[in-house]
Design a protein around this ligand. Structure first.
Ligand code: GTP
Length: 605
């Protein structure tokens, strides 16, 4: 394929605006997949993706498209549609020259549309505005066009109106991709230079690298070198995603495809790396910032004897998701486990769900925490404990340094974008205030909808902000956020005591002003989650030695057989089995049985 007949592009959209549906249509009308296939949403491959209807990991597909008597190679690079994964969006975009900006003709521009638009705009990509779902009775294309003009400076006439569901306008989208996107620059005569923009791990074949060919060519049998590690590998297979892996003999400049080169550890396949020919070194591409985990939690096997099998499951999953950070952790009550870092709470949920679904692993996850920082006082004791470091990062509440060691604590801050109908403005603003938010921007994007920008502490939004925003606005508001560094904060560690004994795994770091409210809420949640046991249990929340909240769980003898009237023995066995299973999902803290939900329930309010 001559480079001038290649176009590399992504579809960017707010969640549910129809990205996967449009991608399916584009693949169908070009015969890449058959339209009869039941296997809809071919790009969403993981089970969790199908179940939740969200894209977690970006996939690509190569399309052959005949237009103006020429055959074009269009590489569609999929992007995830949730805030937690905006990092993956920017890395997918780095392999593209343009994007389709897809907006739902009923819902209109939403927070992620704006965030993704700016990612593409700042990357200098050509933007094709497309309005989807025009078949809907409730569609309001005129209003949505006004929003797009206000926010993206697009003219009404430039917007392609489609129904991805019915296929209307899909061909026009492909024509526009060919006509308006620049072909990739680069020459197959230059030495090999390829961008590694995604990778995943195959049990049998090792790391599979998704690459965008900038210059040169790569064939089976070549030796390629990673600019990141300086290691060289023999190329075993190259090919394109059509949409399944389809081997070819060579990949050329401008193409997007995959390479298998005997990397057995995905850590070697660093996203953003430049690959070049072992014979001919080149200046590396600029690469990406590494993914930054923003939510940390401890993870432990429910049954300590499952540690080894869980370890192998965690290893395998993290092989496929280099944005999860892993360190070994152990706790007196929960035994050996890990401290894992995730991009966000949804990312953490997806990881847990995959552990359970794909590896049949049952785990306890401790309450999630954002990373905090502390500037240490320059004292002899601190130098002894922490060495020469001045500022430490705290990802585990049990390692929170006392006030007397610290000159200042810092918390992570984000800039949040909210788009809401103005009927709900009051509720949205008071929600943001209750989360310690500071308003930065307020703009009408049409005559009824408002775009708000807030500076918010990450820990206030990480757990339930999104749910609260949705319920305050009957589901109409949308939200996205970006990292905005750290700011000083008045932080304290809140311990939880069960019958007078501190349970490290339940400790959290909280803002001092909020410690009473949070302490009370946590005690109440635990009271609901921990079942009654043979003796009374006192639940207390404490800041240092000061108790800020307390609840009791009354003693009760739990006799499951009491429910059993008559002498039906199978029923009896069933209940006993159920009780035994219930026990297995508990962990003993001292003499108290704590269910796994308790550990994660702590922060939900
Ligand atoms: P993520 O991958 O999670 O970002 O979602 P998505 O943007 O890929 O959305 P998806 O394609 O899954 O579509 C979301 C919903 O909208 C599905 O129920 C689709 O059937 C529906 N949908 C998509 N396009 C159209 C359309 O043109 N008309 C109508 N009426 N519904 C559509």
């Amino acid at each position: 394929f001559p480079v001038e007949n290649i176009r590399n592009f992504s579809i960017i959209a707010h969640i549910d605006h129809g990205k996967s549906t449009l991608a399916d249509r584009l693949l169908e009308i070009t015969g890449t997949i058959s339209s009869k296939t039941d296997n809809k949403q071919v790009l969403d491959k993981l089970q969790v993706e199908r179940e939740r209807g969200i894209t977690v990991k970006a996939q690509t597909a190569s399309i052959l498209y005949n237009y103006n008597d020429k055959t074009y190679l269009l590489n569609l690079i999929d992007t995830p549609g949730h805030v937690d994964f905006s990092y993956e969006v920017s890395r997918s975009l780095s392999a593209c020259q343009g994007v389709i900006l897809l907006v739902d003709a009923n819902q209109g521009v939403q927070a992620q549309t704006v965030a993704n638009f700016y990612l593409a705009f700042e990357a200098g990509l050509t933007i094709i505005p497309v309005m989807n779902k025009i078949d809907l009775k409730v569609a309001d294309p005129a209003r949505v066009a006004v929003q797009m003009e206000n926010l993206f400076d697009t003219k009404e006439g430039e917007i392609i109106k489609v129904s991805a569901k019915l296929g209307t306008g899909a061909d026009e989208v492909l024509k526009k991709v060919v006509d308006s996107l620049p072909a990739p620059v680069g020459s197959r005569d230059n030495p090999l230079k390829a961008l590694l923009f995604d990778s995943w791990y195959d049990r049998y074949r090792g790391a599979i690298l998704n690459i965008a060919m900038v210059d040169g060519s790569v064939s089976v049998g070549d030796k390629i070198t990673s600019a990141h590690t300086n290691k060289s590998y023999d190329v075993k297979e190259v090919g394109i995603m059509h949409p399944e892996q389809t081997p070819t003999s060579t990949l050329y400049a401008g193409q997007v495809g995959y390479v298998i080169a005997g990397m057995h550890n995905i850590k070697e396949a660093q996203i953003g790396d430049t690959l070049y020919s072992a014979k001919h070194a080149v200046t590396p591409l600029s690469g990406f910032k590494p993914a930054k985990p923003m939510v940390f939690a401890g993870m432990y096997p429910i049954d300590k004897s499952d540690y080894v099998s869980l370890r192998s499951a965690v290893d395998k999953l993290t092989l496929n998701d280099s944005s999860v950070s892993v360190s070994i952790d152990s706790s007196p009550a929960l035994g050996q486990g890990w401290r894992l870092g995730f991009l966000g709470l949804l990312h953490m949920d997806v990881f847990n769900q995959r552990l359970e679904q794909e590896y049949n692993a049952e785990v306890i996850v401790t309450s999630p925490s954002v990373p905090y920082k502390a500037k240490l006082l320059n004292t002899k004791a601190n130098r002894h404990d922490y060495g020469q470091v001045d500022v430490i990062t705290i990802t585990n509440p049990t390692l929170f340094p006392d006030r007397q060691k610290v000159s200042e604590y810092y918390e992570p801050i984000v800039h949040g974008t909210i788009i809401t109908p103005d009927d709900y403005l009051g509720k949205v603003i008071s929600l943001c205030l209750s989360k310690r938010g500071e308003q930065m921007e307020f703009n009408y994007i049409d005559d009824k909808r408002v775009l708000l920008k807030y500076k918010l502490p990450l820990n206030e939004i990480v757990v339930d902000f999104y749910d609260m925003l949705k319920s305050a606005t009957s589901g109409y508001a949308s939200f996205d956020y970006e990292d905005a560094g750290f700011e000083p904060a008045n932080l304290v560690k809140m311990d939880i005591l069960l019958n007078g004994k501190v349970v490290d795994e339940l400790a959290t770091i909280v803002h001092r002003e909020k410690s009473h409210d949070i302490g009370k809420a946590v005690c109440e949640r635990l009271q609901e989650t921990i079942p009654r046991q043979l003796y009374q249990i006192a639940i207390q929340a404490a800041i240092g030695s000061r108790i800020v909240a307390r609840e009791n769980i009354k003693a009760m003898r739990k006799n499951v057989l009491a429910k059993c009237y008559g002498g039906d023995i199978t029923r009896k066995m069933k209940l006993l089995k159920k009780q035994a299973e219930g026990k297995k999902k508990m962990r003993k803290i001292g003499s108290i049985e704590v269910p796994k939900e308790a550990f994660i329930a702590v922060l939900k309010r």
